[in-house]
Design a protein around this ligand. Structure first.
Ligand code: ZN
Length: 275
């Protein structure tokens, strides 16, 4: 699959990125009306303005990487794609925001490229959707993470390690192990967007918690590679634990998945008003 250079050039970016086939296919077809294409002012000069704010939704895992596997065999990658698609459809239906997905089908996209896609899109909000597992089979409920060099607790650290391993297993340097790069990205992220991400995380957890079961201490933080997106408020949502039979049932039931997607979509839209 070739990279659609025309679309990438339209972004007017100088980022020296070479995207994988998975990432390229994620961009293709979504750039058209969702990305910040140059506009002309009346005097003929161009301005880079977005027609609508962009929310980028990242369905975790995909392709050869199934993510967590549930006690009854459900794949995290399938649950995240379905949830993200439903969330995207609902938000788009509201008409106020453009939604871009980092993948629209069962393909592998490295974590570093997911973060790059958010930068390319100049996303106003980036949310990575997951459903992990934990050694404790009783652990259940939704939690939301923002970027931090230090994890909020042992479970948060373990979950970040699991999620980051996706790239490590493929021999891709996600940047997590490079302290200099990590420090630069973290500093940029902190300076420009972490406060926004923290406020929006609080809003989303509050709204979601009124209708969905939450994990203990649901506002968490850890060193996730996928959240290293300078200038973009970014968070990762663990929608539940596939290591818990009840959570797996909810995440694989069509009815409750629709409900989860509706609650999250409305929470994300509400969060956009939180600066
Ligand atoms: Zn995951």
């Amino acid at each position: 699959m070739s990279i659609d250079r025309r679309n990438i050039l339209r972004l007017g970016l100088s980022l020296p990125v070479l995207l994988s086939a998975g990432a390229t296919s994620a961009l293709a077809g979504q750039l058209g009306d969702g990305m910040p294409a140059p506009r002309r002012k009346p005097d003929g000069t161009s301005v880079n303005a977005k027609a609508k704010p962009v929310i980028m939704i990242d369905p975790g895992h995909g392709g050869h990487d199934p993510g967590a596997i549930g006690v009854s065999g459900a794949y995290e990658k399938d649950i995240t794609l379905d949830l993200a698609t439903r969330i995207a459809n609902r938000i788009e239906g509201g008409g106020r925001y453009k939604v871009v997905l980092t993948r629209k089908n069962d393909v592998f996209v490295p974590l570093t490229e997911r973060a790059t896609l958010a930068q390319l899109a100049k996303a106003d909000l980036f949310i990575s959707i997951h459903a992990d597992s934990a050694p404790n089979p009783d652990a259940r409920g939704l939690s939301a993470y923002t970027l931090s060099e230090t994890a909020s607790d042992g479970l948060a650290a373990a979950i970040a390690d699991r999620e980051n391993a996706t790239d490590v297993l493929r021999g891709i340097d996600s940047g997590v192990s490079d302290p200099q790069v990590a420090a630069i990205l973290f500093d940029l992220s902190r300076r420009h967007s972490l406060n926004t991400a923290l406020a929006r995380k609080a809003h989303i957890v509050q709204v979601a918690g009124a209708k969905l079961r939450l994990l203990d201490h649901p506002k968490r933080s850890a060193n996730f590679a996928v959240l290293k997106v300078p200038d973009v408020p970014a968070m990762l949502i663990e929608t539940g634990f596939l290591s818990n039979a009840q959570d797996e049932k909810l995440l694989t039931s069509d009815k409750s998945r629709a409900q989860i997607a509706t609650v999250l979509a409305d929470a994300f839209v509400g969060a956009m008003a939180v600066a």
